[in-house]
Design a binder for this molecule. Structure first.
Ligand code: GDP
Length: 416
């Protein structure tokens, strides 16, 4: 580029054709094998009033009985007064790929007479998970970092057919900068197709009006036609109208399907004509799980981390790096010490110059005084010399010296 360009950059820019096979094209396979061996961590949070089908949907999504039926409080039983946070972890495996799945449930959300601030324990939990990750990153040994940050939050909207409720808006507004929000319409089998599409429009309008950012599958350039179309289909279904069921029922044509049987027919969970469950699962698990993890790390966590460090009075991003890297810390200390020395030297120079200037000013003043006195004395001497010259001239010309008044009077006998 130019003379100041860094040589490493220049090396990177040089493109060479290889004469033979070196082997680094196998890198993606190495990464693939390593990540498969290590397994994946994914944390999903479910939020919504009790009874909206959260546990059922999670079991349906991961095709495992992660959740056991909950103890439904009996009348009069103390239900507590705050939102609880409960998490369940399970390691599930598919074709040799291990997924360490954690589901964070938030029982009690929206279930009280007063639901003000029911978002708070949830925000606290998400932030505590960020803090735990930050703390691990700052440790000396960072090899075994466990990622327990919430990668996706499925928010269950009651199938009212109206619009979002204040509690929904408040929750999403508080959470959208901290977590990937995925709104879903719960128990969509309770609404007709027309009602669902109208409800979706109203929900999206509310979301836009309140400036809420929900998770959108990113659209990259140079993507193949199929992926672009897949993404568009997923986006067109947001907020997903879902139906959950973890039991098999017989369809009218005799198939065993996951679904819900009603006197008037069967609603199939895995049938795209019946609900958006397939699209939700496609986004959450099949195509965008890595995207959700990446967005959590690169955007949501990064913003939280920056704000946190700023609040602690740290202005530079590299602070954590310096704290964990002794060489960087030493270099910083040396630079600080050198800056201190340079400052002291500059101060000493300034004081010295000031003193010299003062001395010079004093000397100049006494010199001027000396000159002035010298001039005075010279003038006085000159005056005396002129008077003497005068006298001499008069004596030489024989003229009497100008008598003084008193002496003249004496000479002419006028005096007493
Ligand atoms: P949670 O309290 O939100 O975890 O809700 P559950 O998953 O325990 O479900 C509460 C009740 O709703 C159960 O009787 C479920 O069988 C039922 N349910 C779950 N999902 C659906 C659904 O999609 N449609 C309908 N109609 N009922 C559902």
């Amino acid at each position: 580029l130019n003379g100041s360009a860094n040589p490493i950059q220049q090396q990177q820019l040089a493109r060479k054709k290889l004469a033979s096979w070196v082997g680094f094209s196998n890198l993606p396979n190495q990464v693939h094998r390593k990540s498969v061996r290590r397994g994946f961590q994914f944390v999903a949070m479910v939020v919504g009033e009790s009874g909206l089908g959260k546990s059922t949907l999670i079991n349906t999504l991961f095709e495992t009985k992660l959740y056991q039926p909950k103890n439904i409080p009996t009348p009069g039983e103390d239900r507590g007064k705050t939102v609880q946070i409960e998490s369940i972890s399970a390691e599930i495996e598919e074709n040799g790929v291990r997924l360490n799945l954690t589901v964070v449930d938030t029982p009690g959300f929206g279930d009280f007479v007063n639901n003000d601030e029911s978002w708070k324990p949830i925000v606290d939990n998400i932030e505590a998970r960020f803090d735990a990750y930050l703390e691990q990153e700052n440790r000396v040994n960072r090899l075994k970092v466990v990622d327990n940050r919430v990668h996706a939050c499925i928010y269950f909207i009651q199938p009212t057919g109206h619009s979002l409720k204040p509690i929904d808006i408040e929750f999403m507004r508080r959470l959208h900068t901290k977590v990937n929000l995925i709104p879903v319409i719960a128990k969509a089998d309770t609404m007709t197709n027309d009602e669902i599409s109208l409800f979706k429009q109203r929900i999206l309008a509310d979301i836009t009006q309140h400036g809420i950012r929900i998770f959108q599958p990113p659209q990259y350039e140079n993507e193949d036609e199929e992926t672009i179309q897949e993404n568009e289909e997923i986006i067109s279904k947001v907020p997903f109208a879902v139906v959950g069921s973890d039991s098999l029922v017989s369809s009218p044509d005799g198939r065993q399907v996951r679904g819900r049987a009603y006197p008037w027919g069967v609603i199939e969970v895995d049938n795209e004509d019946h609900c958006d469950f397939v699209k939700l699962r496609q986004m959450l698990v099949r195509t965008h799980m890595e995207e959700l993890r990446e967005h959590t790390n690169d955007v949501l966590y990064e913003n939280y981390r920056t704000d946190k460090l700023k609040a602690m009075g740290v202005s530079q991003d590299e602070t954590v790096f310096k704290e964990t890297n002794p060489a960087a810390k030493q270099a910083e200390e040396r630079a600080l010490h050198e800056a201190k020395l340079a400052k002291m030297e500059a101060e000493m120079k300034m004081v010295f110059q000031q003193k010299v200037q003062e001395k010079e000013a004093k000397l100049k003043q006494s010199e001027e005084e000396l000159y002035a006195r010298h001039r005075e004395m010279k003038d006085a001497l000159e005056k005396q010399r002129q008077e003497l010259e005068d006298k001499k001239r008069r004596i030489e010309s024989g003229r009497p010296l100008t008598p003084e008044k008193g002496s003249q009077k004496k000479r002419f006998g006028l005096g007493k």
